[in-house]
Design a protein around this ligand. Structure first.
Ligand SMILES: [Fe+2]
Length: 197
């Protein structure tokens, strides 16, 4: 099981070496220490594993490495006790690869895998951490407050400033993204109620 996550971690590290935007955003943490997290299965994880719309070109190695631990990942339940709705909860998935709650522990940054099934809206939310999304596979439209949504495809990135509200909408394809946080990463995302009506 550890090996599965190590392969994903190696792919993330490679991206921090080769992609200038990811590289500039945060240095890959050099102190990642493996820890045994108990698997926390969720229905969306198996949707992801079966999702044939997650196409990618140069990033297919990263995609496969990040998907592979799907049965043993400790999937997060960030929005479990909110009013986000059952459909979102059953078709959106996120695990923390590295970070203070991740499969590898470090306090220097946090790195997540985020998956959304097709035709799903991830409502406005914000968090103090600065965030970079790197699209691994599939596609989705990303909006930040005051800016029109932009369709992002594999290899594209989007930056979210501290507490800047953002949302995401998938269309006919699902999306798989590598999400990195820097600074103030101890506070979880919250839904931006004033924008969600
Ligand atoms: Fe975010």
């Amino acid at each position: 099981m550890q090996k599965l996550f190590e392969t994903a971690l190696e792919e993330a590290q490679k991206l921090h070496k080769t992609n200038p935007i990811v590289k500039d955003f945060v240095e890959f943490p050099d102190d990642c220490t493996w820890r045994d997290l108990e698997a926390l299965p969720i229905p969306a994880a198996s949707l992801m594993a079966k999702d044939l719309s997650l196409d990618s070109m140069e990033t297919s190695r990263m995609r496969d490495a990040f998907i592979k631990p799907w049965e043993v990942a400790c999937w997060r339940e960030t929005y479990k006790d909110t009013n986000i709705g059952e459909d979102f909860l059953s078709r959106f998935a996120c695990y923390e690869l590295f970070g203070h709650e991740g499969h590898f522990q470090t306090h220097k940054a946090r790195g997540f895998l985020v998956y959304s099934d097709a035709n799903l809206y991830y409502p406005w939310h914000h968090h103090p951490a600065e965030e970079l999304y790197f699209i691994i596979a599939g596609e989705a439209s990303f909006a930040t407050e005051g800016n029109a949504p932009k369709l992002l495809k594999p290899g594209d990135t989007v930056f979210h400033a501290s507490n800047q509200p953002h949302n995401m909408q998938t269309h006919e394809k699902g999306v798989l993204a590598y999400v990195v946080w820097r600074n103030e990463f101890d506070i979880a995302p919250v839904l931006t109620d004033r924008l969600n009506g």
